[in-house]
Ligand binder design. Structure first.
Ligand SMILES: Cc1cc2nc3c(=O)[nH]c(=O)nc-3n(C[C@H](O)[C@H](O)[C@H](O)COP(=O)(O)OP(=O)(O)OC[C@H]3O[C@@H](n4cnc5c(N)ncnc54)[C@H](O)[C@@H]3O)c2cc1C
Ligand code: FES
Length: 283
């Protein structure tokens, strides 16, 4: 029995991380990288918007969204920004290293609800990572959706993740893709400003649009305001909230707000259910 498969049987326990190998690693920007993880036979099915707890052995765990294609269960893809203890150590791991995974957790984006409607996807910074599975899904099942629009912003051109894919999507005629940066470099020919500014520049039929928004909370707040101004109801706007997660199983209460456990009932939530917690760091 291999080292990995012997531990694998224990990993059915939701508390126990499942050891997986890093099959591939790509540096996306100076502080952000994508890992492809070997999850064995059958892969790891997930819904767009769900997250895993990734464990660096001997260091700790962090909640990380799945950024890959939901129709491709293996390998498992995560895009990570090195910001602290766990993600900083994760950035040092090379291809072939072992990492612990438990999940997937959370509810995901409202894909079923979006069928037959226009889909407006709005990402800021690394907020594009949990939205990328939606983009893959919608493009793969294109006839199920109306107009599809992707608005994406980053601090600068060098901070844009998935740049080559953005270029491919920008050239497609079945999705409108607009990318904006806060601060331009010399080679940047696109718009400069913040993501909410793009919302006024695209056609939106508020009567049949579902918006999915992920990014820094300030960006989501202003984006939500712009969407409401364009006529969307708060019930048609979905945001993904990042809060401090520990168990991810609805036990510890670290992510709790009133009756909502964001690890279990989120991280994707309807705007009208969370308007009041938008400003709080710990809930
Ligand atoms: C549902 C969900 C999905 C997520 N998806 C992703 C994803 O796809 N990709 C991703 O990169 N992240 C994602 N995150 C965020 C990620 O879980 C957090 O950034 C996590 O805290 C990283 O763990 P860490 O140990 O590396 O950072 P921590 O050490 O916990 O640091 C987190 C923050 O605290 C600050 N900090 C750390 N130490 C100190 C200190 N001593 N003094 C002051 N500030 C400090 C850091 O600068 C950083 O901003 C997600 C979070 C959630 C809840
Ligand atoms: S992280 Fe423990 S209850 Fe949500």
């Amino acid at each position: 029995m291999t080292e990995l498969s012997s531990i694998d049987s224990a990993s059915r326990d939701p508390w126990v991380p499942r050891p997986t190998r890093i099959l591939r690693r790509k540096q996306e920007t100076s502080d952000t990288f994508t890992l492809w993880l070997g999850v064995g036979e059958g892969g790891a099915p997930f819904a767009p918007g769900q997250f895993n707890m990734l464990y660096v052995f001997g260091v700790g765990e962090a909640a990380i969204s799945i950024s890959g294609d939901p129709d491709v269960a293996a390998p498992l893809v995560h895009t990570i920004r090195a910001v602290g203890t766990v993600t900083g150590r994760m950035q040092e791991l090379k291809r072939g290293a072992t990492i612990g995974v438990r999940g997937p957790y959370g509810n995901g984006w409202p894909i079923a609800e979006a069928k037959g409607k226009d889909v407006l996807i709005v990402g800021g910074g690394l907020g594009i990572a949990p939205l990328r599975p939606v983009i893959y899904f919608v493009l793969r099942h294109r006839s199920l959706f109306g107009r599809v629009t992707l608005l994406f912003g980053a601090r600068s051109p060098s901070a844009l993740v998935f740049r080559s894919e953005l270029e491919v999507w920008r050239r497609r005629t079945d999705i409108t893709t607009q990318v904006i940066v806060d601060h331009a470099a010399r080679d940047w020919t696109g718009p400069v400003g913040v993501v909410p500014a793009l919302i006024d520049s695209v056609p939106i039929d508020a009567s049949k649009t579902i918006a999915m928004v992920c990014g820094p909370e300030l960006m989501m707040r202003f984006t939500a305001r712009s969407l409401l101004r364009r006529g969307l109801s708060a019930g048609d706007v979905f945001v993904s909230l990042e809060r401090n997660m520990k168990c991810a199983l609805g036990f510890c209460g670290h992510c709790q707000y009133r009756e909502t456990f964001l690890c279990r009932d989120g991280p994707v939530v309807r705007l009208d259910r969370v308007e009041s917690i938008f400003d709080r760091r710990e809930v």
